[in-house]
Design a protein. Structure first.
Length: 471
């Protein structure tokens, strides 16, 4: 039995959600989607039983967004194990270390089960790291080893480990609930979107105080508080700065930057590069195939962010464990998104972070094109199988591939850099929800809009289901 077979066998042994015999009506699917999101948000508010502290600090923005996690709650691991498992297996398949043809239904099924099994194992290991290292959730015995000498008894640590693993299994089931036809879209995307929306709401309306002066974190309560106390200062509203922790707070620049960034992303997502084509069945009729200007969408930044988040995760898990933690802490410093103040205090870190994000986005962008069937060769084969051709060119896959490569690879290069720069700009401007959060959320909303439009078309014209083979 191979590695993938073993993971698939483990995945098949775990609880699962069956596919509906008949796809539910759209209103019911909306209901299930809303319930899944509500349950996940509830998990982010339920603290883990048995811990003393919620990890000692707020999770870095990139971890909170990409993993949709909340420190010290049932969503401590968030969707981290699921997205990490998917990334690992995608890379192994793309490098042909694992021999799977994802266009084959049986291999695709095996891949999905293996992803589920690996996510469970990663959750078990990460939960073990959080509970073995006493310095994360409890107080270590002074002078003692953070693993072996802890104020929390073993059974409490085991109970917290069990909560984390069971919570991750529940998140897997919520994702399956949507992915198997009971809901709409992807559970992973929905939870990321919910997390970003929650952060934006907090940035705008949170009445919780920050620092010793008791000023609210949220921008709107801050304006009201400043007006009532007579401390209204226009420059503070434009750019709010907390000198205690050298960080920016929600401000007018962040609010305006949020709207500008969303407008730019929406505009770029609407841009298309059109390639003229004709059909063998109707030679006289010409049309165009539109290639998105953001050819790889936000995938490069998402994958780079998953890598950064895992570095920060292991830095947390190794806290207090000698040289390993020192190395990971240094690495995590340069993978943490900077803000405007960092340009003044630590410009070298800003430059290194920017170079890392752009470089990794490029690497992941080209990797994704090959893995996701977006390469010139895959697109050329799709055109030929569909009976389409480019006017004035022979129906030869290699010739078509050469022509498409002139469009696809430059688009991949440009779009990977653009989405990375948008994420960096968002972080520096301290936009609401975070730069990476806004980038991901805008793409997810556009994707959900497309799915809903498709589903509404099927509901309005039932004959379409027979035409496309869904009935």
């Amino acid at each position: 039995m191979g590695f993938v077979d073993a993971l698939a066998k483990l995945g098949s042994a775990l609880p699962s959600i069956p596919r509906p015999e008949r796809r539910p009506e759209l209103p019911r699917r909306f209901l299930y989607t809303g319930i899944a999101l509500a349950l996940y948000i509830l998990m982010t508010a339920v603290p883990l039983y048995g811990i003393e502290t919620a990890g000692g600090f707020q999770a870095p923005e990139i971890m909170a967004v990409v993993f949709a996690m909340q420190q010290g709650t049932l969503a401590q691991l968030g969707i981290g194990p699921i997205v990490t498992a998917g990334l690992i297996l995608q890379i192994l398949v793309g490098a042909e270390i694992i021999k799977l043809d994802l266009t084959d239904p049986e291999d695709r099924r095996k891949f999905t089960l293996a992803e589920k099994g690996l996510a469970f194992l990663i959750a078990a290991v990460e939960a073990g790291g959080y509970t073995l290292n006493c310095s994360i959730f409890w107080t270590p015995i002074p002078g003692g080893h953070p693993i072996f000498q802890c104020t929390a008894p073993f059974y409490i640590r085991a109970l917290v480990w069990l909560q984390l693993v069971v919570a991750t299994m529940f998140i897997l089931l919520l994702d399956e609930l949507l992915g198997r036809g009971w809901g709409i879209g992807s559970g992973i995307s929905l939870f990321i979107l919910g997390g970003v929306a929650k952060r934006m709401f907090i940035d705008l309306f949170s009445p919780l105080a920050t620092g010793e002066n008791g000023e609210p974190i949220g921008f709107v309560p801050y304006i009201i508080h400043s007006a009532i106390t007579g401390k209204f200062n226009f420059w503070d509203i434009i750019l709010r700065y907390d000198p205690e922790v050298r960080t920016l707070l929600p401000s007018l620049i962040g609010l305006v930057g949020t709207f500008i960034l969303i407008a730019i992303i929406v505009y770029l997502q609407s841009m298309r590069i059109n390639i003229p084509i004709t059909s063998q069945r109707a030679p006289g009729i010409r049309t165009r195939i539109p290639l998105q200007f953001l050819y790889v969408s936000n995938i490069p930044v998402l994958l780079a962010s998953i890598l950064f988040s895992n570095i920060m995760l292991f830095e947390q898990l190794s806290r207090g464990i000698g040289p390993l933690n020192a190395f990971l802490r240094t690495l995590a410093t340069y993978t943490r998104a900077p803000n405007f103040i960092a340009i003044v205090y630590d410009p070298i870190r800003v430059a290194i972070y920017s170079a890392l994000l752009v470089g990794l986005s490029l690497a992941f962008g080209f990797m994704w094109v090959e893995l996701a069937g977006l390469s010139p060769s895959a697109q050329a084969n799709n055109l030929i199988k569909s009976g389409l051709e480019i006017p004035g060119m022979r129906r030869n896959p290699r010739i078509l591939e050469g022509l498409l490569a002139k469009y696809i690879y430059p688009l991949t290069f440009i779009s990977s850099i653009i989405v990375a720069l948008i994420a960096i700009a968002g972080s520096i401007l301290n936009v609401y929800g975070g730069g990476i959060g806004i980038l991901l959320a805008t793409g997810i909303i556009a994707n959900f809009y497309s799915i809903i439009a498709y589903e509404r078309a099927l509901a309005a014209y039932p004959l379409l289901k027979k035409i496309i083979g869904e009935e």
